[in-house]
Design a protein around this ligand. Structure first.
Ligand SMILES: *[C@@H]1O[C@H](CO)[C@@H](O)[C@H](O)[C@H]1NC(C)=O
Ligand SMILES: *[C@@H]1O[C@H](CO)[C@@H](O)[C@H](O)[C@H]1NC(C)=O
Ligand SMILES: *[C@@H]1O[C@H](CO)[C@@H](O)[C@H](O)[C@H]1NC(C)=O
Ligand SMILES: *[C@@H]1O[C@H](CO)[C@@H](O)[C@H](O)[C@H]1NC(C)=O
Ligand SMILES: *[C@@H]1O[C@H](CO)[C@@H](O)[C@H](O)[C@H]1NC(C)=O
Ligand SMILES: *[C@@H]1O[C@H](CO)[C@@H](O)[C@H](O)[C@H]1NC(C)=O
Length: 810
């Protein structure tokens, strides 16, 4: 228990301190709330800095003198709903700032007063005092403003002790009252008197004395059964010296006839404002407006709220007329389950009529009432259905404010409306009105609330609402902002919670007077169309209400929930012309780049080379095995004409042969066997080489090819064979090839010729391709190679051949 309390205490202190943190230390308020903790004693560890201590709803039965000594800053002490039996106000003598002391709802029977200079509010109501707890000391507390009292007996002598105090409020919270000495209450000098009546008291006596006592009189718990039956009802009562102008009854349970008697009595007193809240009445109606004396009254306002009928066969009309025949300014009968209301045939003076939260139907509106002074009519929360009938009902009145909200109102286009030209504000919210309502509105209207209806569009042909300044169409089904051509003075527009995906800003052209605009909580579609609106929100400086928290994207789904201000919609993706221009520019630049590369850098040639290189690379893997089976010993055999031999030996071969000599090239001059015929040698060489490279030039075609045309039937010359590579060293026009070299023509026609380029960069690429083409691992055939080379050497080639053997075959 203690632990819980400590935690609780700690929490409340922390909360309070935080709440007041910005204040200066001496102004800091600290609440220690120990309410409803079943405490039997006042805790000794009260925070000394507390200014408010709440110990209500505990089990405290006595207070020690020292209980609150430590809490020297105490201003408010709440001890209500405990079991205290005695109270000594002297025990607060060290609480110099104590101004509010609530000890109501305890079991007090003795109070010892002490003139605490700060105390303004002392509540001792609902205790068990025998007589009023007032002593001579009380009379010395001239600063007292509110005094709550209770006691079984009320007598003049008690109140006389404080009759000189100018009190603000006196609360008489009575549990029982066994004796009331008439004339006691009027001794008090207080602005407001609140009597909570116990059962079985003389209501009339207290009412009469109450009315003589204070300007405001409130009476709670008026119970006809116990308070009226056993005491004689004084029909002929006339009250002199009444002071009360505001009379409030609360929690009333009376027979109808008794209620009417109360009305009749109060009618002739000083009361101007009579309010009855939470009233239940039943019984049989004997008395009605016909027996009511409406003459000589100062009554101006009657208000009945929360009315319950205990009996349902009450003749409603007689009851209605009792109220509507009252010639007063303000009448409220609300929350009373009233199905109908009748007005007398003669004009009445009502300025303010409020029949909110009943069950009134169109029947009320069918007979226009004569209300020549009406300014405000409130019919909200009923079951009215036809707007045009409502307009007829008020058509002959000078009504300015009309509240028809929370009904079932609709408007058909062919119904005629006739509103008075005095109407300034109209609340039509929470009805079933569609766009057609705009054809049934008063021209003079300044403030119009159409919130929560079924409006989809505002029709084009409507009455010009030249005075309209505030329009609320929140919670409808609008899909765009309205146009102001028919209400040009509009300055406040609320279209929250509609179906506006993308507000069009044409609005701002026709609605130039608009200063406040609320478009929040619409399902915004965050696409390019919204860009202007987002800009408006960012730069309109307070024009858009609720910016930016209530402006969230609904579509597209990936942006759902994003605040509009955070949505990024780049110019490029939104401006079609710009987009096209950009694409065209990019295409142009790319085209120019391609053209430039083709023309100046010969890009296609490079691409072709690259393509070949990739092809070769791919093919090498597949072909190698099969090729090797042919017992290949050289990487390549090169055939060339005498005239090109210088180039072949000085340029081509050095480029193909790697530095480590791992590439073996077979050429006529060094590898041919003099013992064999030219043709045999050639065949031998071709067969032992992985590839055969033919260096084509006009000279080669004229003088050398003759040796090869003959062996062109050889397997390796087949059309699809990759064995042969043609290098076109110089252009060989087709017509220069002798007709007998049919095979050469065929081969040249079918095979891709590797043209030898002029530029050095290109040469490197061609060579790389060539090297890739002849790149094959000959290690398995090395032995053979060695022998062959030894036997096949001729004299001139010996030197180079031996170097070949040295580097490669050892
Ligand atoms: C203390 O707490 C109770 C609820 O636990 C609350 O009703 C009461 O108003 C609080 N008292 C004060 C002084 O804040
Ligand atoms: C006191 O607390 C109990 C539960 O702890 C709750 O039911 C009761 O309503 C509280 N009373 C008041 C007056 O706050
Ligand atoms: C009651 O108090 C007011 C000031 O609050 C004073 O003007 C008035 O004279 C007093 N009435 C009586 C009867 O003492
Ligand atoms: C009316 O009074 C009853 C008790 O008489 C109470 O239970 C009820 O809550 C009160 N209603 C209103 C709205 O004050
Ligand atoms: C009638 O009611 C209106 C609106 O509530 C108010 O301004 C006016 O003062 C009231 N008149 C009287 C006599 O109470
Ligand atoms: C509305 O008024 C026109 C002429 O002013 C009339 O012809 C028409 O019948 C009226 N409509 C209704 C429903 O009264």
């Amino acid at each position: 228990m203690r632990l819980i309390r400590s935690i609780y205490l700690c929490c409340t202190i922390v909360i309070s301190v935080e709440g007041w943190a910005p204040k200066l230390p001496e102004e800091r308020e600290l609440t220690t709330n120990l309410s409803n903790l079943s405490l039997r004693k006042v805790p000794t560890d009260l925070a000394p800095a507390s200014t408010t201590v709440d110990l209500s709803y505990n089990l405290l039965s006595e207070l020690q003198n020292s209980d609150f000594h430590s809490v020297s800053k105490l201003k408010i002490l709440i001890l209500c709903h405990n079991s205290l039996q005695q109270l000594d106000i002297k025990s607060f003598e060290f609480n110099k700032e104590l101004r509010y002391l609530d000890v109501s709802h305890n079991r007090l029977n003795v109070v010892t007063w002490y003139p605490l200079a700060s105390l303004k509010h002392v509540d001792l109501s609902f205790n068990r005092f025998d007589t009023m707890p007032i002593s001579e000391e009380t009379g010395h507390m001239s600063q007292l403003e509110t005094l709550g009292l209770s006691g079984a007996k009320i007598q003049k002598s008690d109140f006389q002790k404080i009759s000189h105090l100018h009190l603000n409020t006196v609360i008489l919270g009575l549990r029982t009252l066994s004796h009331y000495e008439e004339g006691s209450l009027p001794i008090l000098n207080t602005t407001k008197l609140h009597i909570v009546l116990p059962m079985n008291v003389n209501f009339w006596a207290l009412l009469c004395d109450g009315l003589k006592t204070s300007k405001i009189l409130e009476m709670t718990n008026i119970d006809g059964k116990s308070q009226f039956v056993s005491y004689e009802t004084r029909h002929d009562l006339i009250l002199e010296n009444a002071k009360t102008s505001i009379l409030l009854f609360n929690k009333v349970d009376l027979l109808w006839d008794d209620l009417l008697l109360v009305f009749q009595f109060v009618w002739h007193t000083s009361v101007e404002y009579f309010q009855i809240e939470n009233v239940t009445f039943g019984g049989i109606v004997y008395l009605d407006h016909e027996s009511f004396d409406y003459t000589s009254t100062v009554m101006r306002t009657v208000k009945l709220e929360h009315v319950h009928f205990r009996v349902f066969n009450i003749p409603q009309d007689r009851i209605y007329l009792l109220f509507t025949k009252m010639d007063i300014e303000n009448l409220t009968i609300s929350d009373a389950q009233m199905p109908h209301m009748l007005f007398p045939n003669s004009p009445t003076r009502f300025q303010y009529l409020n029949f909110a939260n009943n069950i009134l139907t169109d029947d009320l509106l069918k007979k226009p009432a004569q209300l020549p002074d009406l300014k405000t009519l409130i019919l909200k929360g009923n079951k009215l259905e036809t707007l045009s009938l409502a307009s007829c009902f008020v058509s002959l009145t000078p009504v300015m404010h009309l509240d028809l909200s929370q009904n079932l109102l609709q408007h058909q286009n062919d119904d005629n409306c006739s509103w008075p030209d005095t109407l300034l504000t109209m609340d039509l919210s929470s009805n079933k009105l569609a766009g057609s309502v705009f054809r049934c509105l008063p021209r003079s209207i300044q403030t119009l609330d159409l919130n929560n209806n079924k409006i989809q569009t505002i029709p084009k042909e409507i009455i010009h609402l030249t005075s309209l300044r505030e329009l609320n169409i929140a919670l409808n089904f609008l899909t765009d902002l309205p146009e102001c051509s028919h209400f040009r003075k509009l300055s406040v527009l609320n279209v929250e919670m509609n179906l506006i995906l993308s507000p069009s800003l044409n609005f701002l052209q026709s609605c130039q007077e608009v200063r406040t605009l609320n478009v929040g909580k619409n399902p915004f579609q965050c696409t390019c169309d919204l860009r202007d609106f987002i800009q408006l929100g960012k730069h309109s400086e307070g024009m858009l209400l609720g910016w930016s928290d209530s402006y969230l994207c609904e579509y597209p789904l990936n942006l759902k929930g994003t605040q509009l201000k955070d949505v990024y919609l780049p110019e490029l993706s939104c401006n079609t012309a710009l987009l096209i221009a950009t694409i065209v520019a990019i295409v142009l630049v790319l085209g120019m780049a391609v053209a430039f590369s083709c023309l100046c850098l010969d890009l296609p040639w490079y691409l072709r080379m690259l393509g070949q290189w990739i092809q070769i690379r791919l093919r090498v893997g597949e072909a190698t095995q099969e090729q090797l089976r042919r017992n290949v010993q050289f990487h390549a055999f090169i055939a060339y004409s005498e005239r090109d031999s210088l180039w072949v030996k000085s340029a081509l071969i050095p480029s193909l042969e790697k530095e480590d000599g791992s590439v073996l090239i077979c050429i006529y001059e060094r590898n041919f066997d003099p013992g064999k015929s030219m043709t045999e040698n050639i065949i031998d060489c071709i067969e032992k080489s992985y590839k055969s490279i033919f260096i084509l030039s006009p000279d080669f075609v004229q003088s050398e090819w003759c040796h090869y045309e003959g062996i062109a039937h050889h397997d390796l010359f087949r059309d699809n064979s990759d064995h042969i590579i043609f290098i076109l060293l110089e252009p060989v026009p087709f017509y220069c090839i002798p007709t007998r070299y049919q095979k050469l023509k065929d081969l040249m026609g079918r095979k891709a010729l590797l043209e030898w380029p002029k530029s050095r960069h290109k040469c490197r690429l061609v060579l790389a391709n060539l090297r890739a083409a002849i790149d094959v691992n000959l290690s398995d055939n090395r032995q053979a190679c060695e022998l062959q080379t030894f036997t096949g050497l001729n004299e001139q080639a010996r030197g180079s051949a031996s170097s070949l053997i040295r580097t490669d075959c050892l």
